[in-house]
Design a protein around this ligand. Structure first.
Ligand SMILES: [Fe+2]
Length: 229
């Protein structure tokens, strides 16, 4: 008979039931947000970050922001941080997130650009140190990924698969002050195209994607459908 401590066993069960509860609450929350957007789509702002993603803003208050992100490219993004920490819930497709760090190294240098709201970058500042990949994480359908505002990451979606769609919940009460882009080179070759308002057809395509996701959710999670009288 194993002498495994009962208390540890109970903690394990508690963690399991809490994560199952969070997962089912998250699904329910997503379904509610999808239904809300699809029932009155003109009420919601849609933004296009060219060559990266469409953003559908569901809620934006001084403390919280909720958005859908519909990615449109598999190319790897710049290494960057975020102004606010956020949680990302995978709704379609998936991507690999690389987390970066820099170490003291007098013989190496890297460059840091301040990024403005529209996506424009300031002239680079040069730093001594070695920029390197620290670890990677996979994001996938049903996964909850949390990203701190002081973590530097780049995102690469898997080619040949459905492009990623995520639900983002941002905590705006925590603020890193500024967003930065890091690079091993002084020049960033890709042009940064400012955020724009998409045309009617682009918005309709985004809504079609969300509609397909909602239908799949409802098919796969019948217990989350509303109770009928
Ligand atoms: Fe990011």
């Amino acid at each position: 008979m194993s002498s495994y401590p009962r208390e540890s066993f109970n903690i394990g069960l508690e963690v399991l039931s809490t994560s199952l509860l969070i997962s089912s609450k998250m699904k329910k929350f997503c379904i509610d947000q999808l239904r809300q957007v699809l029932s009155s789509p003109t009420q919601y702002e849609v933004r296009h970050v060219p060559q990266v993603m469409y953003q559908i803003i569901v809620l934006d208050t001084p403390t919280t922001e909720v958005r859908f992100h519909i990615y449109e490219d598999c190319k790897e993004t710049y290494i960057h941080n975020h102004k606010h920490p956020f949680l990302s819930y995978g709704l379609q497709g998936g991507y690999t997130e690389k987390i970066w760090r820099w170490d003291k190294d007098e013989k190496s240098k890297f460059f840091c650009f301040v990024r403005h709201k529209g996506g424009q970058l300031n002239a680079p500042h040069e730093f001594l140190g070695r920029l390197s990949q620290w670890y990677t994480r996979k994001h996938f359908v049903g996964n909850i990924l949390t990203v701190g505002n002081n973590s530097y990451h780049s995102i690469a979606s898997a080619s040949g698969r459905e492009l990623p769609v995520t639900l983002i919940i941002k905590d705006k009460s925590l603020d890193s002050g500024q967003t930065l882009v890091l690079s091993k080179t002084r020049e960033i070759h890709e042009p940064i195209i400012p955020i724009r308002s998409p045309g009617r057809e682009e918005v309709a395509n985004c809504l079609k994607i969300l509609e397909r996701i909602l239908k799949k959710f409802e098919r796969d999670n019948p217990s989350l459908l509303p109770m009928l009288a």
